[in-house]
Design a protein around this ligand. Structure first.
Ligand code: S3P
Length: 445
């Protein structure tokens, strides 16, 4: 993990406008599914085969944690893993704190797993991860009987052995990570564990558990698991991450003359908010669904071309279904005709960074006029952007969104601190270059 970061730690990106984006490509494997394949593969009875795994900063953190818990994981190449699962009771006490680095998903999901173990553990991460709220997962786990000490509501989390009890929990905020952390705790709890969601948080955990033979009951917003069911190993090819595809979809929509196809992309309906939003703005997205699912996940080839887009109001369930896409959508909002208003999206403030404040601040350096609101933002488009030096804030989705902005800014845009894009989309720059964009690494040490 630290090797990956240090290779590109002082890197900046230089972007110039011009040049349509065209061609066919495939984005790296889905980050959410890649994390889950490691955790559930570790808990399976037997050997799992995973292809198309995402070799990025966040998922490498989970891989390191699983190895520290005694799981033998073979990496045949960057994206192909064999995971030697040891069953639900097979994890071993780690010798040191488990380092989730920058990965909130790793920490919140593993909190559920570690709460159910017969040995103590500590979950920790980077300074950035230590600032993110963890009570949303430690509180419900405590209600299940977990012994967890947090640090003023944040990491490090100190977890001691306990006997978990199933419960029914009404989630205050729609969150795939919190829902999954509780359901994973439920695998070790006495009795049923039910989570009631206020909105459709991503359901990759439920789908993967079912594909491994575990009965998961879904009744409207209620999701229930029970303990004591062994998990069969996985044999899966992880689809491309629609949240990575989103940057290319938005870029292709906005750059004149573009036409891009993204093969083998996940289209789980809890994740396709970006497609619905772009269509509502006037884009035409063609979705060629594949006949077969992967670990219960629908897959498609997505094609999109440049369209005349208009501003829209975005709120409600679209927020959780596109939560990671709003930095890119803020950029899009500066380029479309009319006003875009995003509300009910206060969650954006507790991601890797406060993505409302950070994106608005950086886009202002490029000349944009963004109205920040406590729970979203409003932008009147179209606006002229000009090149400037901007900061990636060690947030992968901020960096990639600023690259898309740079494709529209007159002159040259330089993004400092751009290394973090490797947290979710290794090869982003090279993929854009292949599609025809003028973007390159500078100070790449
Ligand atoms: C994720 C859930 C989302 C998302 C994150 C990954 C997951 O967060 O932002 O990148 O894998 O469950 P929330 O749990 O806050 O919705």
């Amino acid at each position: 993990m630290s090797n990956v970061k240090s290779q590109i730690s002082n890197s900046s990106l230089r972007i110039r406008p011009g040049g349509k984006l065209s061609g066919t490509t495939q984005v790296p494997g889905d980050k959410s599914i890649s994390h889950r394949s490691l955790m559930l593969g570790a808990l399976a009875d037997g050997t799992s085969q995973v292809r198309g795994w995402l070799p990025a900063g966040d998922t490498l953190a989970t891989l390191g944690c699983m190895r520290a818990l005694g799981i033998d994981i073979e990496r045949h190449d960057a994206t192909t893993l064999t995971i030697h699962g040891r069953g639900l009771q097979g994890l071993k006490a780690p010798a040191a704190a488990l380092d989730c680095v920058n990965a909130g998903t790793a920490m919140r999901l593993m909190a559920g797993i570690m709460a159910g173990q017969s040995f103590p553990s500590v979950l920790d991460g980077s300074e950035q991860l230590r600032r993110r709220p963890m009570r949303r997962i430690t509180e419900p786990l405590r209600q299940m009987g977990a012994h967890i000490e947090d640090t003023d509501g944040c990491a490090p989390l100190h977890i001691s052995p306990s006997h978990l009890r199933g419960m029914e929990y009404m989630m205050p905020v729609a969150s795939g990570q919190v829902k999954s952390g509780i359901l994973l705790g439920g695998l070790f709890a006495k009795g049923d564990t039910t989570v009631i969601e206020p909105g459709p948080g991503r359901d990759h955990t439920e789908r993967m558990l079912r594909s491994m033979g575990m009965p998961v009951r879904v009744d409207g917003p209620r999701v229930t698991v029970s303990s004591g069911h062994p998990l069969s190993p996985l044999d899966v090819t992880i689809p491309g991450d629609i949240s990575s595809a989103a940057f290319l979809l938005v870029a292709a929509c906005l750059v004149d003359g573009s036409q891009v196809t993204l093969r083998h992309t996940g289209i789980n309906p809890t994740r396709t908010g970006i497609v619905d939003i772009l269509e509502a703005m006037g884009a035409q997205v063609s979705v060629e669904q594949h006949p077969q699912e992967e670990a219960g996940e629908p897959v498609a080839d997505l094609s999109i071309g440049c369209s005349q887009l208009k501003g829209i109001d975005i709120s409600g369930e679209l927020i959780v279904r596109a939560i990671d896409e709003f930095p890119a959508l803020m950029v899009a909002a500066t380029q479309v005709d009319g006003k875009t208003v995003v509300s009910e999206a206060a969650e954006l403030r507790v991601k890797e960074t406060d993505r409302i404040a950070v994106m608005a601040g950086e886009l202002r350096k490029l000349g944009a006029d963004i109205e920040e609101r406590p729970d979203g933002f409003a932008v009147q488009g179209p606006q002229k952007l000009h090149g400037a030096v901007v900061d990636g804030h060690d947030d992968h989705r901020v960096v990639m969104s600023l690259v898309i902005a740079g494709l529209h800014a007159e002159g040259t845009t330089t993004i400092t601190g751009a290394h973090s894009l490797n947290d979710s989309f290794p090869g982003f720059v090279e993929t854009l270059q292949t599609l025809g964009a003028d973007v390159e690494w500078i100070n790449h040490d």
